[in-house]
Design a protein around this ligand. Structure first.
Ligand code: ADP
Ligand code: MG
Length: 233
């Protein structure tokens, strides 16, 4: 599903440059649930943003679902992003003046789906995350855990090949974090490929594979005995 070879990325600020990714190699197969770990500043978000086509590497290759991701024009890139990728962020990134339902329906709007199809699908995914009866509420009327569920429903709405989550439990208390991880595990059980950035070891243990980043390189990449979140909710 994902193939990355010798990926490099630097940031340049005036005369200074910061070499953040120094030759990353890794592959992700369909159906995997992978966590990317590392201390703050180790390049986790940089890597995830490149995987998410929100940013481009300086060197190396990236292939997503057999498509080489390189020098795509903005329109084609946006198209692939919409079709292949779903995003979940630490701070939810919901639109404050839109209802839960309208937030979930938004990616479908960009895909050109008709109004009725958008509403039906959005409702389907809100049901899936257990929030059907909250569909007409605004984000400000929802708890943190509920907001993240809406964001997960939104990420699923376009049925992407890969879900990318940057610290999805970073703004949640432990119990709510585990509830969100239970949902993420369930989505992965159904076959969805998921990559998740975290710096919390207990969250990483709830994935199936941990990739450890340090000083711009992968220093460890191991399978884990997956801990089920439901046992800790
Ligand atoms: P992590 O997500 O692991 O905390 P990041 O990938 O966000 O790490 O950042 C890695 C390093 O790159 C940090 O030192 C950060 O300050 C720097 N960095 C990230 N984004 C930018 C940017 N747009 N411009 C300059 N430096 C950046
Ligand atoms: Mg980060």
């Amino acid at each position: 599903m994902i193939e990355i070879k010798d990926l490099h990325k630097s940031y340049h600020m005036g005369n200074n440059s910061l070499h953040v990714l120094k030759g990353i190699n890794f592959n992700v197969k369909e159906g995997e649930l992978v966590s990317i770990m590392g201390s703050s500043g180790s390049g986790k978000s940089t890597l995830l943003n490149i995987l998410g086509m929100l940013d481009e590497a300086d060197e190396g290759s990236y292939t997503l679902d057999n498509v080489p991701i390189k020098n795509l024009n903005e329109k084609i890139a946006a198209n692939y992003r919409n079709k292949f990728l779903g995003f979940i962020f630490q701070s939810f990134n919901l639109i404050n003046y839109k209802s839960a339902l309208d937030n979930v329906a938004l990616p479908l709007y960009y895909q050109g789906a008709k109004r009725k199809e958008r509403a039906d699908k959005a409702m389907h995914y809100l049901e899936k995350v257990g929030l059907a009866e909250w569909s007409h509420h605004l984000p400000s009327e929802l708890s943190g855990g509920q907001k993240q569920r809406v964001a997960i429903a939104r990420a699923l709405a376009s049925d992407p090949k890969v879900l990318l989550a940057d610290e999805p439990t970073g703004a949640l208390d432990t119990k709510t974090s585990y509830e969100v991880m239970d949902l993420i595990q369930g989505i992965n059980d159904e076959g969805k490929t998921i990559l998740l950035v975290t710096h919390e070891p207990d969250i990483a243990q709830m994935t199936k594979r941990i990739v450890n980043l340090k000083d711009g390189l992968i220093i460890d990449d191991s399978k884990v005995e997956q801990v089920r979140a439901i046992a800790h909710v």
